[in-house]
Design a protein around this ligand. Structure first.
Ligand SMILES: Nc1ncnc2c1ncn2[C@@H]1O[C@H](COP(=O)(O)OP(=O)(O)OP(=O)(O)O)[C@@H](O)[C@H]1O
Length: 261
């Protein structure tokens, strides 16, 4: 059996509130994200999706339990080992996180300038190839404010791909996009993944659209995660916290299926 790209074993994470109470965000979570596949982590607002991503990147530590990336437990990593861990990830956040004062070219070139010893000629060639691949030719001198929402996502994706990550993390990647643009961006993710073969983890509220992409869906509700291989499996689950999630979201799924017809 191949090693999972990411694995959580009995992970707990709580926060102390000002009123002295404790908020349990992850309450003994177990899951494995298979290498080279697409996993969607879905859950309502405030259920701990972003916390999960921060734990994976070791931007946040766990209270107890273990987290493995490509079979290596990451809790004890420090300094250079932690840096090495993070270079395995490409990240695309909600707002694309582009630097407003940098052009498209400079934004995409940034990881190469900061993290590699490549010459300017090599950077020029690699970035231009990427811009062509992500259909951004002719826009290299533009600033983020001059781009559409979909173009910003493409620039963010091009930048995230520069160091050839083995795992891509997408945090609500289609926020602010209309349905047509959303579909285009998800196709682009799928095509890019097919070409580069990375493991894809998508955190999203956008349940109907992402289900089409997912090899596996993890539902996060009330501190518990459940893993499913298909939307049908989720729908027929008898677990109360999954049913609660289904009630909140499935109406939206049917609505979207009607709209597609
Ligand atoms: N550093 C922190 N200190 C205290 N509480 C935190 C911290 N980070 C997150 N939380 C709390 O943990 C809970 C989960 O937060 P998280 O951002 O992971 O939710 P989410 O599922 O990503 O929600 P959304 O979809 O709204 O972004 C929230 O109630 C949040 O207030």
């Amino acid at each position: 059996m191949t090693t999972a790209a990411i694995e959580f074993k009995n992970v707990h994470k709580s926060f102390s509130r000002k009123d002295g109470t404790v908020q349990r965000v992850l309450d003994g979570v177990d899951f494995a994200i298979p290498t080279g596949k697409t996993t969607v982590i879905a859950g309502g607002s405030g259920q701990g999706k972003s916390v999960t991503l921060k734990i994976i990147l070791r931007l946040m530590s766990v209270d107890s339990g273990e987290v493995f990336v490509h079979g290596r437990e990451i809790g004890g990593l420090r300094g250079r080992s932690l840096e090495m861990l993070r270079t395995q990830f490409g990240v695309l956040f909600q707002g694309s996180a582009l630097f407003d004062s940098l052009t498209v070219f400079e934004n995409v070139a940034l990881p190469l300038r900061e993290r590699t010893k490549k010459s300017e000629d090599e950077i020029y060639e690699q970035v231009n190839n990427s811009l062509a691949q992500f259909e951004l030719e002719g826009h290299e001198a533009k600033y983020p404010a001059q781009l559409s929402g979909g173009m910003k996502k493409r620039v963010g994706l091009a930048r995230a791909m520069q160091l050839h990550p083995s795992i891509m993390l997408f945090d609500e990647p289609t926020t602010g996009l209309d349905p047509v643009m959303t579909r285009e961006i998800y196709h682009l993710f799928a095509d890019t993944q097919a070409e580069f073969g990375f493991t894809s983890v998508i955190v999203s509220h956008d349940i109907p659209k992402v289900f089409n992409l997912a090899d596996q869906v993890i539902i996060l509700n009330r501190g518990v995660m459940d893993v499913f291989d298909s939307p049908e499996e989720i729908q027929w689950s008898e677990k109360p916290h999954v049913q609660e999630f289904v009630e909140m979201t499935m109406g939206k799924i049917y609505q979207s299926q009607l709209e597609e017809k």
